[in-house]
Design a protein around this ligand. Structure first.
Ligand code: G6P
Length: 369
């Protein structure tokens, strides 16, 4: 096992550090920068179907569901296709309205999650086209779908999903960009800009990982907190949910992710000097609005850990701690902003003496209802 961990203390941290490579692997052979094209061989036959789709329904569970939420922002923003993101367990039992014009995208790391599999079977019976985004090659879900794209993140051993999440978001970005390009909802020049930026994300993730020391320092300060709040808006709202889930899963600290503007409709009541609030406040995506949300937390003595774009000054002036991420396109920012949140939860869990790779009560793959 020590050999498999490749010198790291845990699989989780190894997998976090693998992300520059695993994201690169998710894109390998799929981007041609010279020609300015994306080719996803696995879905080629169904591309027209996606372009013409009345709507896309994304079904998944857990972390994969969070990746699906990022997918909703991507497909709506770039390809102008309405998207619904569904918990597979809810979708399958509520007599959903589905027809042959719908495209269902099922996201699953393991490709074995029982609820996701059942949701696919149901949608298939009703005539929808099913596209899979799975990590495990040959898994049940990958076989049950009409077509799909593997994430190619490599085996993920840590129960808390890290590199599989960024791989799912990478594949969703490729799909949304490719469909948008073919559908004509993105100009050629904008498509190329986004493509070049996506291709450069692995380098930026590598750079992001250099903040690990700062994150460890912050983790030490807050490791004994009883609650955490995570806030984000737009593309980074799903990242806030995922950050909170990571912390819950491995450190057993109660954490909630919230859309930053919704804070005033509830969670703000919880804020006092004991409450660390992690806010994703990168430069694009409603930056000013997030800054005013941070001010609302500060006014109630909450502690702010902010994820900011390199060179930021406004948030730095009011936050208790900042973690910088390289500048990128708003649509691709989840691939960077999710990394420091993975590291934060990892360090806090290790400091609390938790079994990070095999947290209590959780399974890597949930093959029962
Ligand atoms: C379990 C795992 C999570 C995972 C979820 C969905 O709860 O612990 O890490 O996100 O199942 O799994 P899937 O394999 O379908 O992505």
């Amino acid at each position: 096992e020590a050999i498999e961990k490749g010198g790291y203390d845990h699989f989780m941290i190894k997998e976090i550090y693998e992300q520059p490579q695993s994201i690169r692997n998710s894109m390998r052979g799929r981007i041609d920068l010279n020609k300015g094209i994306i080719s996803l061989g696995g879905i080629r036959e169904y591309e027209q179907k996606i372009i013409n789709a009345q709507r896309i329904i994304i079904v998944a569970c857990g972390t994969s569901w969070h990746a699906g939420l990022v997918g909703e922002y991507l497909f709506e923003d770039l390809a102008r296709i309405p998207v619904e993101v569904e918990y597979a367990s809810e979708f399958r039992y509520r007599n959903p309205i589905i027809n042959e014009n719908d495209v269902v995208i099922a996201i699953s790391q393991s490709g074995e999650t029982a609820d996701t599999l059942a949701a696919i079977k149901l949608a298939k019976e009703k005539g929808a086209t099913i596209i899979g985004i799975c990590n495990v090659v040959g898994s049940t879900i990958s076989r049950e779908t009409h077509a799909g794209s593997y994430t190619h993140a490599g085996p993920e051993i840590g129960v808390a999903s890290t590199k599989a999440f960024t791989a799912q978001v990478t594949v969703l970005s490729l799909m949304a960009l490719s469909i948008a390009h073919k559908k004509g909802t993105l100009s050629e020049s904008r498509f190329r800009e986004l493509l070049v930026e996506l291709d450069n994300i692995p380098n930026k993730v590598a750079h992001m990982l250099e903040s690990d020391k700062t994150i460890k320092y912050i983790s030490d300060i807050y490791k004994d907190a009883r609650n955490f709040l995570y806030l984000g808006r737009g593309y980074n709202f799903p990242v806030a949910l995922e950050g909170a889930l990571k912390l819950k899963e491995i450190s057993y600290i109660h954490a909630e992710g919230y859309p930053a503007a919704e804070m005033k409709h509830g969670p703000i009541a919880l804020i006092d000097e004991e409450m660390p609030v992690v806010v994703i406040a990168t430069k694009h995506g409603n930056y000013e609005k997030v800054v005013s949300n941070i001010e609302e937390v500060k006014a109630r003595n909450g502690k702010i850990i902010a994820i900011v774009t390199e060179g930021d000054t406004a948030v730095k002036a009011i936050a208790d701690h900042v973690i910088e991420v390289p500048e990128t396109e708003d649509a691709l920012s989840p691939l960077l902003t999710s990394i420091p949140l993975q590291l934060l939860s990892y360090h806090i869990a290790v400091m609390r003496g938790c079994n990070v790779d095999q947290p209590r009560n959780l399974a890597k793959s949930v093959t029962v209802e």
